[in-house]
Design a protein. Structure first.
Length: 150
């Protein structure tokens, strides 16, 4: 189980799921979580205002983060613009496992409109329980992607 700091952010569409995942992470998984926002529900908020700061914190602190919106796509696109962030969409438990084992993601994107709370919690747990395999072929591929950031 990942034991570092976990950052979490959403927009209004992912706000309720974010609050549920914070309770789950802190109370059942015993993980320290920092809520990067929003701190209250505002139907007019914009996800870049919260997920960009999350991405910067994840990179600076070498931590992990979770971003949530209605379909998981917008937050994933936005946070992946931060140099050093590797975010994948956790559409099921298998994807959560492989995105860590093969791709060494440091941010998980979730779709509040397409996952039940229970499924989202299971995806989160699998992602946090999984470590990067370190296989040469995965390292080689990730190094090619990192060259694009330079």
């Amino acid at each position: 189980m990942y034991n570092g700091k976990l950052y979490i952010a959403s927009d209004h569409g992912g706000y309720n799921l974010k609050k549920r995942l914070i309770r789950y992470g802190e109370n059942e998984l015993n993980i320290k979580i920092e809520d990067v926002g929003p701190l209250e529900h505002d139907p007019n908020d914009d996800y870049p205002d919260f997920v960009i700061p999350l991405g910067k914190k994840v990179v600076a602190e070498k931590g992990r983060g979770i971003v949530i919106c209605r379909n998981g796509i917008g937050v994933c696109i936005a946070v992946n613009k931060i140099k050093g962030v590797k975010c994948g969409i956790g559409y099921n438990i298998g994807a959560a496992e492989s995105m860590m084992k093969d791709d060494n993601t440091n941010v998980l994107s979730l779709a509040a409109d397409h996952l039940s709370e229970e499924h989202a919690m299971a995806v989160m747990k699998k992602w946090l329980d999984t470590e990067f395999s370190g296989e040469e072929r995965h390292i080689r591929r990730l190094e090619k992607i990192e060259k694009l950031e330079k």
